[in-house]
Ligand binder design. Structure first.
Ligand code: IPD
Ligand code: CA
Ligand code: CA
Ligand code: CA
Length: 283
């Protein structure tokens, strides 16, 4: 990118790289990693916590008046009433990280009055830095990102995430999965939603869908996708997705075809409050 980066984006990049260094160091000796379980199949490690602390320290060091919404500590840090809120996933893909499967990332977004303005997703294994500022395009390192140009779902590669928590509605997911799988050319489930969504922005996938995601999984990548020319929304194709626990993204043509398939599976009840509140496990 030839233009200077927005100062707030620069701070987010610094925070993400600091967390990436912590992750890369810890990945060298996973045998000593301390892992605890939030609920069945839902893990957290000391690295998730250390990264989150380092990210918050960097962000609040630069912007002490800003608010924070972070996966592991919720809203306990930062100002409570700021119009600026940083939305942080310190380590997206914890299960992969625990197993030494090199597909995980750090995700940091800045919302101003609930609109994402700055976004960073950093893959420390590949040193891939995805970033965007609203209205200024999306990039991976120095490369401008554009969504794919594929026009038919039958030719498309689709990313997804599987439900995994006890109490998740597996049957509902399997039905929509069957519909998508039999309509497209292939499906992938790498296991880090923030990075998966950036792969839509990069044109590797033509679309992505998942249920049960939280704002910290999707906030940063949502701006990176739209700045790369893609669309992201809920299963009925509306922009209200951040707290709705159902998300679909893609290039505009494939997005529309995915919405046709997924709309019957929506659980959004019009005019009702969003299912769950930030910080809760997916229902
Ligand atoms: C998880 C990953 C995974 C997705 C889960 C997320 P975490 O995030 O993004 O791919 O399927 O729904 O919770 O817990 O590893 O940050
Ligand atoms: Ca987690
Ligand atoms: Ca996550
Ligand atoms: Ca996480």
């Amino acid at each position: 990118m030839s233009q200077a980066l927005h100062p707030m984006l620069n701070v987010a990049i610094k925070a993400a790289r600091t967390a990436g260094t912590i992750i890369n160091r810890a990945s060298l000796d996973l045998d000593i990693l301390k892992v605890t379980t939030k609920s069945a199949n839902d893990f957290v490690t000391e690295v998730d916590h250390r990264c989150e602390e380092a990210i918050i320290e960097t962000l609040l060091g630069a912007y002490p008046g800003h608010g924070i919404l972070a996966e592991e500590s919720g809203r306990t840090h930062g100002a409570k009433n700021s119009e600026y809120v940083w939305i942080i996933d310190p380590l997206d893909g914890t299960t992969n990280f625990i197993h030494g499967l090199p597909f995980y990332a750090v995700s940091i977004a800045l919302a101003f009055r609930d609109q994402i303005q700055q976004a960073v997703v950093y893959d420390p294994t590949r040193n891939d830095l995805f970033y965007a500022s609203k209205g200024r395009g999306a990039f991976m390192n120095d490369k401008r990102l554009r969504v794919s140009k594929r026009t038919r779902l039958s030719d498309s590669l689709v990313g997804t995430g599987f439900p995994f928590r006890k109490g998740d509605n597996f049957q509902r997911y399997l039905k929509m999965f069957a519909e998508v799988m039999t309509s497209c050319a292939g499906v992938r489930r790498p296991g880090a939603a923030a990075l998966d969504l950036c792969y839509v922005a990069a044109g590797h996938y033509d679309a992505f869908f998942e249920t049960g995601l939280n704002p910290w999984d999707i906030a940063a990548a949502s701006l990176i996708i739209t700045e790369a020319g893609g669309l992201i929304g809920n299963f009925t194709g509306e922009a209200d997705f951040m707290y709705q626990r159902e998300v679909v993204a893609g290039n505009p043509k494939i997005y529309a075809q995915m919405v046709n398939i997924l709309a019957p599976f929506t659980r959004i009840i019009k005019d009702a409050p969003a299912a769950g509140t930030p910080g809760e496990a997916a229902p």
